[in-house]
Design a protein around this ligand. Structure first.
Ligand SMILES: *Cc1c(COP(=O)(O)O)cnc(C)c1O
Length: 402
């Protein structure tokens, strides 16, 4: 099928919940994807920070093929080795002691919310259930996670929302201190608000939040669905903020493209979950776990994480150089290979201009271009990205002057 036919069939039969670009992707290789007409694009969206190893990574493909032949799924009525191996590796490389597996970021956050409520309920009784989240956060689209999300645009029309959530501004300690009460069970936040415009949490603020939570036995839940799995230059972003959460959620990059989510916690918290308190039919299925295990191996032992630190620094430097030259760029912020470019103009036309130049980028919060390329991106590809961005923005700048 050609792009137009694919577009037509999807529009006719799939519910209209996405604002899609006019591009139908059929395959990928490295950091490039190909459309139905065979045209090549440099992909700096990577399935929204999911395809950390790009497309067709030979080791990942081999690991998935091997597992497909053995066993795709069997449910959690039984034990499977990949699930245990993956949990062990995640625990070995993080603050956590136990893992719950699910299939998406929203589900990982659902698990974290349930865990926090149950922990507070068991330790302090039924009146302690409130979760404080941040304005402009994003935690998912299920009823609990859209309630946790501090953006009215994802909540409108779905009221009544789940009770027990309050919102404060990120990086404002005083606001958080005021919001905390005897009812507070947890504070939930992203270290970089990815969907919220690539806004980075302040390190001193986070340390104060950590202290406040520890003093009052309030759980600190860090949503690393987007920042986790090497995206920011370390396996998890919290490594760079000098704090340890009590609960952390993962999804996007975890399975290298296969759907998998995880909620990690310290023992003290994890142990409130017992048989029947939470579950997922697909959660931790052997195929997704085998893929995630291989992703971890390639990042850590294959040296990809190390290499991505250099490319991330190179990208950051290049973007700051662009900012010096192009007044349409108001701010450049982010960490590693999660970078945001705040513009003084609407970002959508820039995304379209880049697409016409066969470069895929993304835009959040209207004016923030978001770059989340595969972690395997090469210096030459970053140079190309910077050239196209420079051309496109310079052209817009010249047009707006006339
Ligand atoms: C994408 C995202 C989610 C939601 O993940 P889904 O897999 O779409 O449910 C939650 N939190 C953060 C920080 C995200 O970036």
């Amino acid at each position: 099928m050609l792009t137009e036919e694919i577009q037509q069939i999807v529009s006719q039969y799939v519910m209209n919940t996405y604002d899609r670009l006019p591009l139908a992707i059929t395959r990928g290789r490295g950091c490039h994807v190909y459309d139905a007409e065979g045209r090549e694009y440099l992909d700096c969206v990577a399935g929204i920070a999911v395809n950390t190893l790009g497309y067709g990574h030979p080791d990942l493909v081999a690991a998935i093929e091997r597992q497909v032949r053995h066993l795709i799924h069997t449910s959690n009525l039984y034990y499977t080795e990949p699930q245990g191996q993956l949990a062990r590796r995640l625990v070995e490389h993080s603050f956590a002691e136990k893992v719950f597996f699910c299939n998406s970021g929203a589900e990982a956050n659902e698990a974290a919310i349930k865990l926090a409520r149950l922990y507070a309920h068991q330790h302090y009784g039924p009146s302690r259930y409130e979760i404080i989240t941040m304005v402009n956060s994003f935690h998912g689209r299920t009823m609990a996670t859209l309630t946790a999300t501090g953006q009215t645009k994802v909540q409108e029309g779905f009221e009544p929302l789940l009770p027990g959530f309050t919102y404060v501004q990120l990086n404002n300690l005083e606001a958080l201190e005021k919001a905390v009460s005897d009812r507070t069970a947890a504070v939930m936040l992203e270290l970089i608000q990815g969907e919220g415009g690539v806004v980075v949490a302040n390190q001193a603020y986070l340390r104060a939040v950590r202290d406040l939570c520890s003093q009052k036995d309030i759980l600190l839940i860090v949503d690393e669905v987007q920042t986790g799995m090497g995206r920011t230059g370390t396996l998890f972003a919290y490594d760079q903020f000098g704090i340890q959460p009590d609960v952390m959620t993962l999804a996007k990059g975890l399975g290298g493209g296969l759907p998998i989510g995880a909620c990690l916690a310290i023992n003290k918290v994890a142990k409130v979950f017992g048989p029947g308190t939470h579950a997922s039919t697909f959660g931790g299925n052997p195929l997704a776990c085998a893929a995630a295990l291989e992703v971890l191996r390639i990042l850590l032992e294959g040296g990809e994480l190390e290499r991505s630190r250099e490319t991330g620094a190179y990208l950051e430097k290049g973007l700051h150089a662009l900012q010096e030259r192009i007044p349409l760029i108001k701010d450049v912020r982010g960490m590693g290979l999660l970078q945001g470019i705040e513009l003084t103009i609407d970002g959508k036309p820039i995304v379209m201009d880049c697409l016409a130049r066969r470069l895929m980028i993304n835009c959040t919060m209207g004016q923030v271009l978001r770059l989340v390329p595969p972690l395997i991106i090469q210096i030459g590809e970053i140079d190309h990205l910077l050239t196209v961005l420079s051309d496109v923005l310079t052209k817009r700048l010249n047009n707006t002057k006339h």
